[in-house]
Write a protein that binds this ligand. Structure first.
Ligand SMILES: [Zn+2]
Ligand SMILES: [Zn+2]
Length: 312
């Protein structure tokens, strides 16, 4: 009798009702990595803003609150291994093609259209455009987090109840990461290039390096929820661990960046152009952030990010 037969003969539903370390304690958390279940004392707690996150002490992945009736994506999803990362990326294009996703994109485009019109008003217009930039940017970490947790549904637009914690702080973090990636190229262009109108080899190199690291930097700062996620040693080691998937993501991200650039032409169509342009921009942004989150989801056991913090 082979080993697999043994397993099949003894097969029975997995009992996840008690902590694997404490048979007398009820399960409160399930790990998204090793899929083990724990009591409250067997997970590490980390408080970020008003949200508490829990991490597995044995594999370093994030834990979710356990509910025996829930079908967890990471347990039922056979596509979570890294060899199917390409398929997951291709699936991402459909992320907005369902009632929920379409609602988020179309609702967002209408919101941008209205706000864009209001922002032309004198004085308050400037404040409105700042609000809109912060609000849309604050959606980015929500998208990355949801996809990194293996959630299939798109999250809704951010809540504005706690404006500083839920909008300003996360948006500022994303803006800082983007600025840090593009700063070397921009500083070179404005202070060191002979003719600031064109481009040269060094500028293209710096710009390319910034774009190459941007997805991992966004992922690292978002999931670790600290600017310390930019630590180049941590980022380069992380890329090295998942380099094949990362190269794939980088190439596709470059393509999406190109499409966003081309989308500027859609805005030139009269009447409907601004609305259509907003739909396309939002759609491309959502897909890109979904793909960045999926890089973590598909490689969480290789990255093992939460077994050690990047700031340490
Ligand atoms: Zn674990
Ligand atoms: Zn326990």
């Amino acid at each position: 009798m082979s080993k697999t037969d043994d397993v099949q003969d003894d097969w029975q539903p997995i009992d996840r009702s008690t902590c694997i370390h404490h048979a007398d304690r009820e399960t409160e958390f399930i790990c998204t990595g090793c899929e083990e279940v724990f009591c409250r004392e067997c997970v590490t707690e980390k408080m970020v803003n008003r949200h508490t996150f829990h991490f597995c002490e044995q594999c370093g992945c994030r834990c979710e609150s356990y509910d025996p009736t829930e079908r967890y994506a990471f347990l039922t999803d056979s596509t979570s291994s890294s060899d199917s990362f390409f398929n997951a990326l291709m699936e991402s294009w459909k992320y907005a093609f369902n009632p929920r996703g379409a609602g988020v994109v179309i609702g967002g485009a209408v919101f941008l259209l209205v706000m864009g019109t209001l922002s032309m008003a004198p004085l308050v217009g400037f404040i409105i455009s700042i609000f809109v930039s912060l609000y849309v940017t604050a959606f980015i970490p929500q998208l990355i987090n949801a996809s990194a947790d293996g959630e299939k549904d798109m999250p809704g637009w951010p809540d504005t109840t706690y404006f500083s914690d839920d909008i300003v702080q996360p948006a500022f973090q994303i803006m800082m990461v983007t600025a840090a990636n593009l700063a070397p190229a921009l500083i070179y262009r404005y202070y060191f290039m002979e003719s600031s109108g064109g481009v040269d080899g060094i500028y293209l190199c710096l710009f390319g390096i910034g774009l190459f690291f941007l997805p991992m930097n966004l992922l690292s700062v978002t999931l670790n929820d600290t600017m310390a996620g930019l630590n180049p040693v941590f980022v380069i080691l992380s890329i090295a661990k998942v380099w094949k998937d990362y190269l794939l993501l980088a190439v596709i991200s470059l393509g999406i960046g190109g499409l966003i650039h081309l989308n500027a032409f859609v805005y030139q169509i009269h009447f409907i152009g601004i609305f259509l342009g907003n739909v396309v921009s939002l759609y491309l942004l959502l897909i890109e952030m979904r793909m960045i989150g999926l890089l973590y989801y598909h490689n969480r056991l290789s990255l093992r990010w939460f077994s050690e913090s990047p700031s340490r």
